[in-house]
Design a protein around this ligand. Structure first.
Ligand code: PBG
Length: 322
């Protein structure tokens, strides 16, 4: 007798029976870039297929995604340079177009899951995620700013806030601040293991949010580190996070698996802008089959242990999964 694993691969029907990982539209969360104004559609050059949309376009995008079965969205604002300052005050301003847009999306689509990003960079004249003083990123002084931003987003209707700044102690600080204001139902998806990665380049193009000096290495994690992700996991868990995220995804599949094996919390992975751009660029040149490579990538992120995948491919993936 010879053991023949190929018997379980002999037809599509058998392969479906033994398939271990099922990618579903339920797993996907679609990031969207919002600009101020009306009828705006500004393509992001480094992210073919992705554009910065004004609210009218965002509403259409959300609607078509919902019809395809993608119900969760992470909305990021493109903030004009003239609105930026040292303390990111526009992030909680009364007349902030982003906050108004969130409320509008929520009013049109109450069943949609709306996630927001909590970090100073899109609103900061320094382009950093934290407050800058004497050329350094100040941790504890940043926390009250993040809290104001988070509360404003919760008030606008965010279901999940996503602290993406990697300041120490932010999850506990934000949890307490939200609870104090009566937003105990607002969830926190912590960017738990967020690496100082080159793969965020296209995102910073889209938001025009690159740091004005230096880099983010004193707060985002060193790509070489694994145990440090466990340490961040423990802290975010103790501080009350509802979801733990690993970011980027494809170059950090081992970290996704590490967190999945060591936590009871749902694990999310952010398939970031640069990962999207790579597949698009190669696909456009005819160097690989974009659709297959995309589904393979998303499946591998799920196989690694991600329960939730944030991805710019989400809408296209949903079209193929249908
Ligand atoms: C902001 C933020 C970034 C991303 C999500 N939130 C950029 C950064 O940290 O520089 C990156 C997302 C992507 O590349 O798709 N703190």
């Amino acid at each position: 007798m010879q053991i023949r694993p190929r018997r379980n691969r002999k037809s599509a029907g058998i392969r479906a029976l033994v398939r271990e990982t099922q990618l579903s539209t339920d797993d996907l969360l679609f990031p969207i870039f919002l600009v101020e104004g009306k009828n705006q559609r500004k393509p992001v050059d480094s992210m073919p297929g992705i554009a910065r949309l004004s609210l009218d376009g965002v509403l259409k995008e959300v609607e078509s995604c919902m019809q395809l079965g993608v119900r969760a969205f992470d909305i990021f604002p493109v903030v004009g340079e003239q609105l930026k300052d040292k303390i990111a005050s526009y992030s909680w301003a009364e007349d902030n177009f982003y906050l108004h847009a969130l409320a509008s999306v929520k009013a049109h689509f109450p069943e949609a899951v709306i996630m927001t990003d909590v970090a100073m960079d899109p609103y900061s004249s320094d382009g950093h995620d934290g407050l800058v003083g004497d050329g350094r990123i100040l941790n504890d002084e940043t926390l009250p700013i993040l809290a104001k931003m988070a509360i404003a987003q919760a008030q606008a209707g965010a279901d999940i806030i996503g602290p993406s700044d990697m300041m120490d102690g932010r999850v506990g600080y934000l949890r307490a601040a939200l609870d104090d204001e009566g937003y105990e139902d607002v969830s926190i998806m912590s960017y738990t293991a967020k690496y100082a990665s080159a793969f965020y380049g296209p995102f910073r193009d889209a938001l025009d949010s690159a740091p004005k000096f230096g880099d983010k290495k004193t707060y985002q994690m060193d790509p070489a580190n694994r145990l440090e992700a466990l340490r961040e996991m423990q802290l975010d868990t103790e501080e009350g996070a509802d979801f733990l995220m690993v970011k980027p995804a494809l170059a950090y599949l081992d970290v996704i698996r590490l967190l999945k094996d060591n936590s009871e919390l749902p694990i999310a992975a952010y398939n970031v802008s640069g990962e999207y751009a790579m597949l698009k660029a190669a696909g456009e040149r005819g160097w690989l089959d974009y659709e297959r490579a995309m589904l393979e990538s998303l499946t591998s992120i799920k196989r690694a242990g991600a329960d939730i995948i944030l991805s710019y491919h989400a809408k296209e993936a949903a079209q193929l999964l249908r």
